[in-house]
Write a protein that binds this ligand. Sequence first.
Ligand code: ARG
Ligand code: ASP
Length: 755
Amino acid sequence: MTLFIKKEFWVAYICTIKFKKMRIIKLYLIIALLIVSCKTAQEATIQISQEITSPQIDTRAIQGGMWIPSLLEGINEQEMFALGSKMTAKDIYDVNNSSLKDAIVHFNGGCTSEIISPNGLLLTNHHCGYGAIQSHSSVEHDYLENGFWAMNYAEELPNPSMNVTFIKRIEDVTSLILAGVSDEMTETAKMSIINKNMENAVKLAQKEAWQDANVKEFYKGNQYILFITETFNDLRLVGAPPSSIGKFGSDTDNWMWPRHTGDFSMFRIYADINNKPAAYSKENIPYKPNHFLPISLDGVSEGDFTLVFGFPGRTNEYLPAVGVAQIVDLLNPAKIELRANALGIADSFMRTNKEIKIKYASKYASTANYWKKWIGENQGIKKSKAVEQKRALEKEFLKIVEEKDLAGYKTLLSDFEQLYKDIENVSLARDYWSEVALRNVELLGFSFRLYQLEQVFEKSGAAAFEKSKVATLSRFEAMYGDYSPTVDKPVFEKLVTIYAQKSPKEYLPATMLKSNFSTITNDIYTKSKLTSLKGVQELLTGSPEEVIKKINADKGYAFGKELHTMFYTTVEPKFQLLNLEIEAIQKKYMKGLMEVFPTKRFFPDANSTLRVTYGQVKGYEPADGIYYNSTTYLDGVLEKYIPGDYEFSIPQKLIDLYNAKDFGPYAENGKMPVNFIGTNHTTGGNSGSPAIDAHGNLIGLNFDRVWEGTMSDMNYDPDICRNIMVDIRYVLFIVDKYAGATNLINEMKLVHPKK
Ligand code: ARG
Ligand code: ASP
């Protein structure tokens, strides 16, 4: 700030000096001064200004949104100040200096993580590290059950198939990507130019040899942004609490508040000797980040500013009412029914068989996760009258379009009505296929991989087939490791029966046109080679022709193949055709909304790119007469504790620490905080995202949303949508007092911003 005044002052001063006919010198002096002042700014490291005062903005009007980190200057920055932030847009994202963004890492494509030490120590959720923790577990070394802590670098466990990605630079390339595209073109013609331009933009992007570039679409294709990224493949497991802490409350508490889950795990990024990405090697060393998050020991109170920085996956905020209604009335109920049945069957086996419990733990959790989310989403949409609200907005939109005679937007909403009617059956058929034949009946999922292999042979010949076969076999090894035909058989019979009953008939192959599947189920599960790894390896031995012949003679494969063929020859082409039209209308509608309501705030839907969302720590009213506080405590864990229960039991050591009130420096007035909620707009993919305070310190770890608000993916409502975070002090308490991993605490930078 002071520098700015000085620079302005000197420029003005030089302008007043009377150089005889020496305007050029004056100009040079000014340019030199500007360069010097910019340079000084570039050299500054992230040092949060304390001078910022909150502007007068009605904070109730600040309602969600996931914003692009490079475009925060202006309204977002002002809103954040109004909510109490002391950070400038540049403190959050800066290309030339280290900024918060340098500590935020996309975790294995699906979650977020953040760097919390100068040695590349990475924090994410337990449920994000779950697959890795499971892969190192066996009945003898059950890290899911007992937790895992590396007490030094040598004990950290490598995860060869995982990776993490940093965002180095973000650039708007809209004009480049839309060059040559005009309104008169067909959608296919537009897409082909856009795709070519995207390829070119990637090719021409300025980047280092070890970096990558990719372009993503925003605002439904009204904006395009280029990302330069850096991906690291040597990622090691450092620590995880037992599931009784990291997944406390399991599926009963999932998507719920009040919550008491220590949903965290830790990894470390390793780099080569030059701090650059490298494949796993013993010689690699802990990564030295450009920035890591200091950790606040001062906790949060109601009303505190919070910022969540991460990689939200997908939202659909601008769907028309008819699209939302289709999801809520048709697609969600179909998927919920299928998954409820699959889960019920798996659960009955998992409760009585320890081996099956470990094998199915990860799959069960991920299937249950969205099953429960869709139920909450449906309830929330109905309760918040989202469809009615959208209809009202559309009416208003049409009114203004008519008043202003905006010809391009007049038919959009009737087009949507027609297109959603046209796509209804095929969307439903598509969901039945993907839920039954791809995901929940595992044997059909295996048949799908073989189907793909057969397609490779037919389209690309023997050499390509042999190559794919190797990959398929190695994939099968992992998949069959967690497979039990005992569980899968009743799932097959139940789900295939529902599929045959309820999926639109025109999209069912002949084999599905019956009502009883018990004989065929018995037949397949006694005769098909797809029920074991050995069987499928046998099928895949021999020349390509022999393999193709053998698999086609297999009853399980033959059954699956009919479903997959119907899907690829009929369902998918029809769906894609209609969907392309819907997307084209959606792109115009998005543009129309921004034009028709110029003062309304529109954020771009989530698309797995880095975003900033901000809000405040805040309770909510889930139903009339009930108010939920914003923080939970360890006392609540003990209240929920059910000895021996598979969801609500806890380790004796935690009980002992609680009884002794042995909380170290992490408690607040003698109580140990566990979770808190806020008004940050998050979605799937934000799991593991840091919750950051007004000064840039870590205060929490995002992991979930409240059930009443899971509809935020289609209708964010600031009254009831809340994200759920682990209080960072609970993480520190578990690492330090429960696990005794003081080696990790010593790496971190603990701060007291409130004192
Ligand atoms: N609902 C959270 C999310 O969508 C957490 C899921 C993990 N926990 C579970 N019990 N399945 O990812
Ligand atoms: N639990 C989610 C995740 O894994 C976050 C959410 O949907 O709120 O990303």
